[in-house]
Design a protein around this ligand. Structure first.
Ligand SMILES: Cc1cc2nc3c(=O)[nH]c(=O)nc-3n(C[C@H](O)[C@H](O)[C@H](O)COP(=O)(O)O)c2cc1C
Ligand code: SF4
Length: 417
């Protein structure tokens, strides 16, 4: 099992390794489904206010305010409405959703039911990557048990609220984590992104209002609804409330998941993971390979949206890939662009051609066969991809390359013949 650590008091990992993940009774004994019982005594409007006041932001990468998303979906007249749990988790180095789903599946199910009650959805899907077999097995059992206990189905716990939840095995492609491609995939079509707007809360699954939320985002809802937004905001710092899961990998002594309240320093998180392995710290890939590159002299920074924004970084989906000083930055970038070229869905040409062309140039640079003109072209292609691509994949694929060209310019130049 993937190991985990916590700074402070956990919200999301509170049940991990403490309860039997296959037992709904064990979840109930720890206060599970109490938030749902409490919620059903209140109006969806009251609960929406609570989520908005909590200032919870999406944990899938973009950090969009969850309450606002719910409000948009709730205000739509069209029915039926849907809740989609995004459990695709395709970002390299990310495995936090897996940990929650395998070890505390009811936490996510309860979160999805709460979201559905707030927006008025009667149907939901957990869209999960197909290789998360243990998580799928445990979710299947957990959903069955939740139906048996009357937490799912018609007239939940005697109320007039009904919600049905199903598992949808994903296609295993990175692009299927993008919310509109995910909806296409659930509808049985090829997983390609849709044009936005309209956004899913306006026009989502089968053209109906839909909230798509990350597993970790929804796992916060039982706490917020049961204890209230005030309690939630005791964790974290202004503008970044609650806790966040980070997946530690790369050149670090300990690999696993760390739950921290927002505001803890990046350097502290790396120390908790036993520090850098095999050399000195060179950089951190933060928030996924579509995220940002934090240089060794920048890691003494608080991990929250505002502080990280000052160095053009962000927590993203919660990935910390540590690079030691033996790593060649060009080699790292080649790996990253190889991933994006393979995962580009091909729908738009800035990304389809841009990922391929930039990969070829990086490879040439790595082999020391490139000149300054190639380096200039790489930067130009990356900027075009960022500005002109149709969806988030192409818009973020060049992030690390562009940041490394600034932060490790000399290293790139040392490869030029
Ligand atoms: C290429 C791409 C892949 C994505 N993959 C995921 C993913 O695996 N899981 C996820 O929750 N969000 C992923 N996202 C973000 C989703 O589009 C969406 O913003 C998120 O599910 C919204 O949930 P949140 O508001 O709870 O963060 C991806 C985005 C892009 C552009
Ligand atoms: S940016 Fe890439 S992944 Fe997104 S639509 Fe264009 S080709 Fe497909």
């Amino acid at each position: 099992m993937i190991d985990f650590k916590v700074i402070g008091t956990p919200i999301l990992l509170r049940n991990i390794k403490k309860i039997d993940p296959e037992s709904i009774e064990a979840y109930i004994e720890t206060g599970g489904y109490e938030a749902l019982k409490k919620a059903l005594k209140k109006s969806p409007d009251e609960l929406l206010e609570e989520v908005k006041k909590s200032e919870l932001r999406g944990r899938g990468g973009a950090g969009f305010p969850t309450g606002i998303k719910f409000e948009i979906a709730k205000n739509q007249k069209e029915t039926p409405k849907f809740v989609v749990v995004n459990a695709e988790e395709g970002e390299p180095g990310t495995f936090k959703d897996r940990i929650i789903l395998e070890n505390d599946p009811h936490l996510v199910i309860e979160g999805a039911i709460l979201a559905a009650y707030i927006i008025g959805a009667n149907y939901g899907y957990i869209a999960i990557r197909p290789d998360y077999t243990l998580a799928i097995k445990r979710l299947e059992k957990a959903i069955q048990d939740a139906y048996k206990y009357g937490f799912l189905g018609d007239n939940i716990l005697g109320s007039n609220f009904s919600f049905h939840l199903k598992i949808k095995r994903g296609a295993g492609a990175y692009i299927c984590g993008e919310e509109t491609a995910l909806l296409e995939m659930i509808e049985g079509k090829r997983g390609e992104p849709r044009k936005k707007p309209p956004f899913p809360p306006q026009k989502g699954l089968y053209g109906k209002p839909t909230v798509v939320n990350n597993v970790e985002t929804l796992a916060n809802l039982p706490f917020i609804i049961y204890y209230g937004s005030e309690e939630f905001k005791k964790y974290g710092v202004e503008g970044s409330y609650g806790t966040k899961l980070f997946c530690m990998s790369g050149d670090v002594s300990w690999k696993g998941i760390i739950e921290i309240p927002f505001g803890v320093k990046l350097s502290e998180i790396i120390s908790l993971a036993g520090g850098v392995k095999g050399g000195k710290l060179k950089a951190v890939i933060l928030g996924g390979v579509s995220g940002s590159l934090v240089k060794y002299d920048e890691v003494d920074i608080e991990v929250d949206y505002h502080s990280l924004g000052r160095i053009q970084a962000g927590p993203g989906c919660g990935t910390i890939i540590v690079l030691n000083d033996k790593r060649d930055i060009v080699d790292v970038c080649e790996n990253i662009m190889r991933f994006f070229k393979d995962e580009s869905c091909g729908k738009c040409f800035p990304c389809r051609l841009g990922t391929e062309a930039s990969y070829r140039i990086i490879k040439k640079i790595k082999e020391k066969k490139a000149n300054l003109h190639d380096l200039f072209n790489l930067e130009r292609i990356c900027k075009t991809m960022k500005n002109a691509s149709f969806c988030g994949l192409g818009q973020t694929a060049p992030n690390i390359i562009l940041q490394s060209l600034q932060k490790f310019k000399d290293e790139w130049l040392s490869h030029i013949s």
